[in-house]
Design a protein around this ligand. Structure first.
Ligand code: AMP
Length: 192
């Protein structure tokens, strides 16, 4: 599988987040999957890529030209794709991916995650979206999304577009167990 991973650029988050990112990189690589990510060397991005590279994994980084110019890219990955801007990067990350995994992160990660969920709702993406809930990071997001549903901004069934797992070891089984999103996505996108 080609697995798109969104994750933080922060270096300052707890070591547990770095350990989980690194472990996920190892596990995906050991199982022969290709990781597509933002191409950064820092934060959870760096830990993820480092983990995969230690296990001989294939890692593709997609980075905008302006970040390349300030050398934010990871030096060790074999394939680095330079794109013009953040929009193109997001598009290239998601297009052709067999699954999305979101690790904890800041506004960049959340934006990427919400784009994937939005496209899935509109029937423009059908594959699993798994959130790695290290330290219960995504629990408040789940609570908020339940409010979104309770207030009738989304259908209750839309909550099945993504799922949470607690450990890196649960990510691949969760991807494998998650069915394709509904064929009538576009019709179901309308709140009734
Ligand atoms: P955040 O979750 O806000 O840390 O943002 C993570 C996302 O922001 C990444 O996927 C990138 O799109 C972008 N980003 C921010 N800082 C960097 C960096 N130093 N190197 C590469 N990408 C970065």
């Amino acid at each position: 599988m080609r697995i798109c991973v969104y994750c933080a650029s922060s270096q300052m988050c707890d070591a547990a987040y770095h350990a989980a990112a690194r472990r996920l990189g190892e596990l995906l690589a050991e199982d022969g999957h290709v990781i597509v990510y933002g191409g950064g060397a820092v934060g959870l991005m760096g830990s993820l890529a480092d983990g995969a590279l230690t296990r001989g994994g294939k890692v593709i980084g997609i980075i905008p030209r302006f970040m390349r110019e300030v050398e934010w890219q990871h030096a060790g990955i074999e394939e680095l794709e330079i794109v013009e801007d953040m929009r193109e990067r997001k598009h290239r990350l998601l297009t052709g991916s067999d699954a999305v995994v979101a690790l904890p992160g800041g506004c960049g990660t959340l934006e990427e995650l919400f784009e994937a969920i939005t496209l899935k709702r509109l029937g423009l993406y059908f594959n699993p979206i798994v959130l790695l809930n290290t330290h219960d990071f995504y629990a408040p997001l789940q609570t908020f999304m339940q409010k979104v549903i309770d207030e009738r901004f989304m259908n209750p069934g839309h909550a099945a577009m993504w799922s949470l797992v607690d450990t890196p070891e649960q990510v691949l089984p969760e991807i494998q167990r998650t069915p394709k999103w509904r064929e009538d996505a576009r019709d179901y996108a309308v709140v009734r």
